[in-house]
Ligand binder design. Sequence first.
Ligand SMILES: NC(=O)C1=CN([C@@H]2O[C@H](COP(=O)(O)OP(=O)(O)OC[C@H]3O[C@@H](n4cnc5c(N)ncnc54)[C@H](OP(=O)(O)O)[C@@H]3O)[C@@H](O)[C@H]2O)C=CC1
Ligand SMILES: CC(=O)N[C@@H](CCC(=O)OP(=O)(O)O)C(=O)O
Length: 339
Amino acid sequence: MRVSKVRVAVAGASGYAGGELLRLLLGHPAVEVGALTANSNAGELLGSLQPHLVPLAERVLEPTTPEVLEGHDVVFLALPHGTSAAIAEALGEDTVVVDCGADFRLEDADAWRDFYGSDHAGTWPYGLPELPGARDALRGARRIAVPGCYPTVSTLALAPAVNDQLVEPDVVVVAASGTSGAGKSLKANLLGSEVMGNVSAYGVGGVHRHTPEIEQNLGARVSFTPVLVPMPRGILATCSAPIKSGVTADDARAAYVKAYADEPFVNVLPPGQWPQTQAVLGSNAVHLQVTVDERAGRLVAVGAVDNLTKGTAGAAVQCMNLALGLDETTGLSTVGLAP
Ligand SMILES: NC(=O)C1=CN([C@@H]2O[C@H](COP(=O)(O)OP(=O)(O)OC[C@H]3O[C@@H](n4cnc5c(N)ncnc54)[C@H](OP(=O)(O)O)[C@@H]3O)[C@@H](O)[C@H]2O)C=CC1
Ligand SMILES: CC(=O)N[C@@H](CCC(=O)OP(=O)(O)O)C(=O)O
């Protein structure tokens, strides 16, 4: 018997997140790739911009309009902030719209205005199924807001400690990211000569827009510092919080193992082994480790993700699977690419 496939469109197919979505969708057994759209690159062959997507090389990028995107079962939006709402509004309620941008992640309209400087578009179910209660909201959802890449790894690295009240709700996150996190458009600070052989902090002092998103996820005060490192992909987040009296490293580890025991994509590493980015590259896995720094009185958790996979496109596919009632892991792998 021939089972009909889910027809998906990708808006922003010329960008990094769109390209990663297509790489994953090409390996997804239940999906047929429909329209591919772009902005300045509309009219170009996909193969000229994303040569790794060989089966789609001859596809021509169309303009990003509701007319091109309608008629699909699922539409992935991998577009700049502020562009999703108008498109989503024009698509029918039956279409599953999965937004990789930030527009619908935050619940607090004031926080949105403070960090993004525009009017709040609204709030959609948040695409981090591993958060308590989130998976149920994603099953059957027709609108999904995929988390930011830093919030994904930072939240998962701290949630068991905060939720089990092992720590004070006052956390510090310092996270190093590869340059693809900044997208594919030209920026002087991302030139090879600026990035190679260089590591730099940015968005320091509570001004990065992922701060309110991590706060929303954890219900904790957050000091977040992102760091740009000279690699194309991957994030390593080092997270800490004041430990409550009497909590040991074994207690912390037990809480993490229990919280993630049934999670297909969260891998709490064996004791003493610390996450590294190359182990998660191209995979939808999150690698975590936790301990207690007794001298400083802090719990320390480290997490690694691929910003483009579990940090964006992999999470988007995971959420699509939940929305459509497919097995959550369909088309996704926990196997990384190393060295
Ligand atoms: N990169 C990452 O690691 C992560 C990205 N995200 C989010 O995913 C989204 C896409 O990011 P990313 O792929 O990195 O960005 P890129 O800059 O690589 O790609 C942006 C895409 O959007 C298109 N585009 C640009 N301007 C417009 C416009 N005004 N209207 C319609 N389309 C437009 C571009 O088309 P063209 O090439 O034709 O100009 C391109 O296809 C963003 O919201 C980003 O925040 C989320 C988590 C992580
Ligand atoms: C290295 C780098 O620049 N990373 C991006 C985060 C990418 C991300 O998660 O994107 P959105 O929240 O925008 O969807 C940044 O710091 O702005």
